[in-house]
Design a protein around this ligand. Structure first.
Ligand SMILES: *[C@@H]1O[C@H](CO)[C@@H](O)[C@H](O)[C@H]1NC(C)=O
Ligand SMILES: *[C@@H]1O[C@H](CO)[C@@H](O)[C@H](O)[C@H]1NC(C)=O
Ligand SMILES: *[C@@H]1O[C@H](CO)[C@@H](O)[C@H](O)[C@H]1NC(C)=O
Ligand SMILES: *[C@@H]1O[C@H](CO)[C@@H](O)[C@H](O)[C@H]1NC(C)=O
Length: 175
């Protein structure tokens, strides 16, 4: 509270949301504020098919106070919303060869098992997911949404994949 670090966060919260929407080709921005011990690295990314820039901007803007409420006194926080994501940190995770990012992942899942259609349906679906990931990785926004259906299964799998657009296609596909 009242630290230089927090002041730097406040400064970023007033500039990064607009910086992200201003990057109209990718709705993505990174920024660094402060120096030495109080430096803050930040990254904001909106959902790749966002057409409403103000949704993007307000999502990123709201993430700053949310982070300080949900993760109080943490210098490093990542928040994921439907419309955007925000990460800030005192560690430079923005470096291309940073290994920091490998530590930050979460999974949320439905605990029901995929039972219909047997192994061949599961395999087909995995292949389709895999080629969808390749398409996301090769797109300029590193983003894709897709409805996947396989003949053996009477349901549709709805799929959304997005990497930060600063990743190479190979790094995105690997992730
Ligand atoms: C932070 O600053 C506000 C306003 O100056 C003050 O009321 C508050 O007590 C300060 N908090 C800390 C933890 O120093
Ligand atoms: C805008 O997005 C591109 C990736 O599409 C990125 O390389 C660039 O750094 C972004 N600009 C800013 C100001 O962050
Ligand atoms: C899903 O499969 C695993 C492994 O076979 C099993 O342990 C688990 O209980 C199953 N979950 C449900 C919800 O049926
Ligand atoms: C997905 O594709 C990559 C290369 O494009 C391959 O290395 C990997 O084995 C594939 N995974 C599955 C489950 O097919």
């Amino acid at each position: 509270s009242n630290s230089t670090y927090q002041a730097n966060l406040l400064l970023l919260s007033s500039t990064l949301p607009n910086k992200a929407v201003s990057n109209t080709t990718s709705l993505f921005a990174t920024a660094t504020t402060g120096d030495a011990l109080d430096i803050v690295y930040a990254l904001a990314l909106c959902r790749g098919d966002t057409t409403d820039a103000s949704d993007c901007e307000s999502c990123v803007a709201a993430a700053f106070p949310d982070a300080q409420q949900i993760c109080p006194y943490n210098k490093d926080a990542t928040l994921y919303y439907d419309a955007c994501m925000l990460r800030f940190s005192n560690h430079n995770f923005l470096l291309a060869n940073s290994t920091e990012d490998q530590k930050s992942w979460i999974t949320l899942r439905n605990n029901l098992n995929f039972t219909i259609g047997g192994d061949s349906a599961k395999h087909l679906l995995l292949m389709r997911l895999n080629s969808t990931a390749q398409a996301a990785a090769n797109s300029s926004r590193r983003f894709i949404t897709s409805r996947l259906g396989v003949d053996l299964v009477p349901t549709t799998v709805y799929c959304l994949m997005q990497c930060t657009p600063d990743l190479t296609p190979d790094d995105c596909a690997a992730c």
